[in-house]
Design a protein around this ligand. Structure first.
Ligand code: NAD
Length: 473
């Protein structure tokens, strides 16, 4: 997605974002940028609408939001078309990543909300037990600002907004400047399902608009995006003691044990590092394979990677989303090559006008290389040989990131033993990347990968203030 910002032609004109397709760079849309005043006005409307929304019984809010599943299903082709136009994702990826989990999130949260947000009595054990009763109520926070990235532009916008609304908050969403219409769909389907207009709103623009939303009179920030932006938001929130959840970047490690099903591990390595063209926060970004099985694993990975089709139309893999991403991916591959890694498949931008990068396999990578230390976000399987599983754990933990990770072994107990030693947000056995789509799993990063959780059984309560009330017996 190339993006051009046109300056206002005359005083009083708005800045506009001009969007080009990552597939062939043809112009697809123009979006008016919301000013700081627009953002403040949206937040003021959201604040005014919040008490009435919070006053509705949670079961009523849940029923409205549940009916968004029907709207989503009815509108799926249009949503997919928008996502595909803005990102170039293949049809299957758009359906599998954006639509299916979104239905699942709506079903899950609307089912959980009446139970999780119900005031409850908490038994006391201390000295006040004979005289008092403790109740806990879950009060909405007020207005939640939701700021989202371009790589899962619909689902990553919908999921936090739905949780915020179920908890009785109102929300203002600022989707990525490169996927504004995909984000806008998350708000549109909720309006069509019956959520009042001011209860959930969208504002458009780049970092300037995002910063204006953080600076506005909101009560919580729910941010998904890069580490650099996350730090800025955390700093702005710290000034005002504003709660925030930060879902940031990753450099997820995959560990291939000596007893792994190598065919399955190779299929996983290729799919999970190249799915969405590698532009998933939980992509497999580095692979540690035990030396005794490394040659065979590399042979299988190379064979599969060479078979991945890419380009416009009905292919396995779409483009990188914008030039910035192309530059990072090319830089990391060049750096690995210069420092002695072997590029056994691909390794360069594809010919043509689109933002396609060849499916690439890098072997004999090490931690002096950016490809093993910085988030690449490209279709790269970067492989490092390790002596044994202990060394794999050590290398996996040698990272500034800690979002997710995976362990490939036939032994489920061993997978759990290894997982328990990893300093990361979550771990998947014989698979990866799927965990964000599991609403029961508390998903969140450690180290530079973030703060707080978006999913998990306590997630809805994260959008509330749990209010303890001590009542006389
Ligand atoms: P980004 O940080 O550049 O932008 C994310 C959002 O923040 C956009 O809407 C952007 O306009 C806005 N923004 C930029 N500067 C801002 C500021 N100063 N104040 C407020 N808002 C601002 O990230 P991106 O390039 O859009 O997304 C890719 C990154 O997101 C990757 O690092 C990826 O790993 C991460 N990501 C994380 C998760 C997760 O759940 N942990 C999920 C998806 C993506």
């Amino acid at each position: 997605m190339a993006i051009v910002q046109s300056a206002p032609a005359a005083a009083g004109d708005r800045r506009r974002l001009v969007l080009d397709s990552p597939v062939d760079r043809h112009r697809i849309d123009e979006v008016e940028v919301s000013t700081a005043d627009d953002v403040a006005a949206a937040v003021a409307r959201a604040r005014a609408a919040q008490p009435a929304w919070a006053a509705r019984p949670v079961a009523e809010r849940a029923a409205i939001l549940r009916s968004a599943i029907d709207v989503l299903v009815a509108r799926r082709d249009e949503i997919i078309a928008t996502v595909r136009a803005e990102t170039g994702k293949p049809q299957t990826e758009a359906l599998a990543v954006e639509i299916v989990p979104s239905c699942d999130f709506l079903a899950f949260w609307t089912h959980r909300a009446p139970r999780d947000l119900k005031p409850h009595r908490q038994p006391l054990h201390g000295y006040l037990k004979p005289t008092k009763k403790l109740f806990v109520h879950y009060q909405a926070l007020g207005v939640v600002g939701v700021i989202t990235p371009w790589n899962g532009p619909f689902v990553l916008s919908l999921n936090p907004v739905v949780q915020a609304l179920l908890a009785g908050n109102t929300a203002v969403l600022k989707p990525s400047e490169v996927t504004p219409r995909s984000g806008e769909w998350a708000v549109k389907i909720l309006h069509e399902a019956g959520v009042p207009a001011d209860v959930v709103q969208v504002v458009h623009g780049d970092g300037e608009t995002g910063a204006a939303l953080v600076a506005a009179e909101i009560d919580k920030v729910c941010f998904t995006g890069s580490v650099g932006t996350g730090r800025k938001i955390a700093a702005a929130c710290a000034e005002r003691l504003l709660p925030c959840t930060l879902e940031l970047g990753g450099k997820d490690a995959m560990i291939v044990c000596a007893d792994a099903d190598l065919d399955r591990a190779a299929a996983g390595a290729v799919y999970l590092s190249m799915f969405n063209t590698g532009q998933v926060c939980m992509s497999v970004e580095r692979i540690y394979v035990v030396d005794s099985v490394a040659d065979e694993f590399i042979r299988l990975v190379s064979k599969r990677a060479a078979e991945v089709t890419y380009g416009p139309g009905d292919t396995d893999m779409g483009p990188l989303f914008w030039d910035r991403q192309m530059d990072i991916v090319a830089k990391h591959v060049d750096d690995a090559k210069a420092k002695g890694a072997d590029i056994v498949v691909g390794g360069a931008p594809a010919a043509g006008n689109g933002l396609y990068f060849q499916p690439t396999v890098v072997v004999d990578a090490n931690h002096d290389m950016e490809i093993m230390t910085e988030e690449t976000f490209g279709p790269i399987a970067a492989i490092m040989r390790v002596r044994d599983e202990e060394e794999a754990i050590r290398m996996a933990n040698d990272s500034q990131y800690g979002l997710s990770g995976s362990v490939f072994t036939k032994d489920a107990d061993k997978a759990r033993r290894i997982a328990a030693q990893l300093h990361t947000g979550s771990v998947v056995h014989n698979d990866a990347s799927v965990i964000y789509g599991v609403p029961e799993a508390p998903f969140g990063g450690r180290k530079n990968s973030g703060l707080g959780h978006v999913n998990g059984l306590d997630a809805l309560r994260g959008f509330t203030h749990p209010l303890p009330i001590l009542i006389d017996r």
